[in-house]
Design a protein around this ligand. Structure first.
Ligand SMILES: CNc1ncnc2c1ncn2[C@@H]1O[C@H](COP(=O)(O)O)[C@@H](O)[C@H]1O
Ligand SMILES: [Zn+2]
Length: 335
C-alpha cells in the first residue's frame, strides 16, 4: 500500500510513551553533550549502538529506556521533548493523541512527580506549529489551549495525557501518581497505565492504586501478556481494564475471556516483532482478533526505540494482512 496514503489519512494514536518517542536526533544530541560535559554520566557509544540496532530483546529495550532517562533529567528537557513529540505526531497526521508518561522524581534538581507533569504541560503550551487542544471542553477552560492565532484554518491535534505507573515503583508511589492524575484532570489527564519491564515486580503491588483510580472515574489501561505469565494475564482480564496492550502471550482461556469482555486491544506490530514477543508478522494475533471483529487500534508504542511512525504501522498492517485491512481503513475514514 502507498506510504503517502497512510501518511495523509487522519489517524488516532492511543499508545505512545513520551520518553520512548523522543526524536532520535535529540536523543543523540543530548547524550553527546552529556558525554562531553560529564564523562561518567552516560555511555554515548551504548546509546548509539542500541538506537541503531535492528532487533532489540526486551532486556535491551529496557536498557535503552534507562539510558534515555539518564539523558532526560531536567524540566526544560521534558518540555522540549514533549513539544517535539507532538510536532512529530502532528506531521504524521495524527489528529488525536493520547500520550503516556511516568511522572518522575529527581531530588538533585528539585523535580517531583507534579513538577515533571507541569513540564509536560508546558511542552504542550510551547508548540507553535499546530494548535494543541488539550483541555476537556468545560466552563471557562478554553483559554488554556495553545491556540495562538484563533484561526480555524490551522492544523489541530487533540491531546490527552495518561500517567503511567512503572513496575519498579512502590504501592505508595503508584498512589501518588493516581492522586496527581485526579488533580490534573482539568488539564486533560484521562487515565492511568501500568507499564515497565514485565519481568519486574508484581502487578498486585499496584492493585490498590488501580482500584482507587477506577473508583474515582479514571480510565485504566494495562500492559498485559508481553511475556508468558498466565496467572497475571488472567487476573488482569478479571480486573477488566478499559484497554489492554500487547496480548502476545495470551492462551485459549485468555482469548475467550478477552473476546467476551470486548476489552479493546492496543496493537503495536513493530514493537512486538522487533522485541521477539511475536515470532513473525504472519502469526501475529492482529489477524485473529481482526477476523473476530474484536475492537483493536494500531499504535506505535515507542517511535524512537522502534524506529517507526503510525503511518508506517498502518502500512505494515495493510501490506501484511492484505485487502481486507485496506477496506477496514476506508470504512474508518468514511465513518
Ligand atoms: C516495549 N514495550 C514496553 N513495555 C512496557 N513498558 C514500556 C514499553 N515501552 C515503554 N514502556 C514504559 O514507558 C517508559 C518510557 O516512557 P516514559 O518515561 O514513561 O515517558 C519505560 O521506562 C517503560 O516504563
Ligand atoms: Zn507500551
Amino acid at each position: 500500500m502507498e506510504k503517502n496514503w497512510c501518511l495523509s489519512m487522519p489517524k488516532v494514536e492511543l499508545h505512545a510513551h513520551l520518553n520512548g518517542s523522543i526524536r532520535v536526533s535529540t536523543l543523540l544530541e543530548l547524550a553527546k553533550s552529556l558525554n562531553e560535559t560529564q564523562k561518567d554520566a552516560i555511555d554515548f557509544s551504548q546509546v548509539e549502538h542500541l538506537i541503531t540496532k535492528c532487533d532489540l530483546t526486551l532486556t535491551e529495550v529496557f536498557q535503552l529506556f534507562d539510558l534515555i532517562h539518564n539523558v532526560i533529567t531536567d524540566h526544560n528537557t521534558v518540555t522540549r521533548i514533549t513539544k517535539e513529540v507532538i510536532e512529530d505526531f502532528a506531521s504524521d497526521n495524527v489528529v488525536y493523541l493520547e500520550l503516556r508518561t511516568t511522572p518522575k522524581r529527581n531530588d538533585s534538581i528539585g523535580m517531583n512527580k507534579r513538577s515533571y507533569v507541569d513540564a509536560v504541560i508546558e511542552g504542550l503550551r510551547s508548540v507553535s506549529s499546530v494548535d494543541v487542544d488539550f483541555i476537556p471542553k468545560t466552563g471557562d477552560s478554553k483559554f488554556l489551549t495553545n491556540d495562538k492565532c484563533n484561526g480555524n484554518s490551522r492544523k489541530r491535534i487533540i491531546f490527552r495525557l495518561i500517567l503511567s505507573i512503572d513496575r519498579r515503583e512502590t504501592t505508595e508511589a503508584a498512589m501518588e501518581t493516581v492522586k496527581l492524575a485526579l488533580e490534573m484532570r482539568h488539564l486533560g489527564v484521562v487515565g492511568i497505565d501500568l507499564s515497565g519491564n514485565p519481568k519486574t515486580g508484581e502487578w498486585t503491588t499496584y492493585l490498590p492504586a488501580l482500584k482507587f483510580a477506577r473508583e474515582q472515574g479514571l480510565n485504566v489501561t494495562l500492559h498485559s501478556g508481553e511475556i508468558r505469565n498466565s496467572k497475571e494475564i488472567k487476573n488482569m482480564l478479571e480486573f477488566h481494564p478499559q484497554r489492554i496492550r500487547h496480548a502476545c502471550y495470551f492462551e485459549d482461556e485468555h482469548w475467550r475471556k478477552l473476546k467476551s469482555s470486548k476489552i479493546p486491544v492496543e496493537i503495536c506490530l513493530t514493537s512486538n516483532i522487533r522485541t521477539f514477543s511475536v515470532a513473525s508478522i504472519e502469526v501475529h494475533h492482529f489477524a485473529y482478533l481482526y477476523k473476530a471483529k474484536h475492537p483493536l487500534v494500531l499504535c506505535t508504542d515507542d517511535t524512537c526505540v522502534f524506529n517507526t511512525t503510525l503511518s508506517e504501522e498502518y502500512k505494515y498492517a495493510a501490506d501484511s494482512f492484505g485487502r481486507a485491512f485496506y477496506f477496514f481503513l476506508i470504512l474508518q475514514l468514511v465513518n
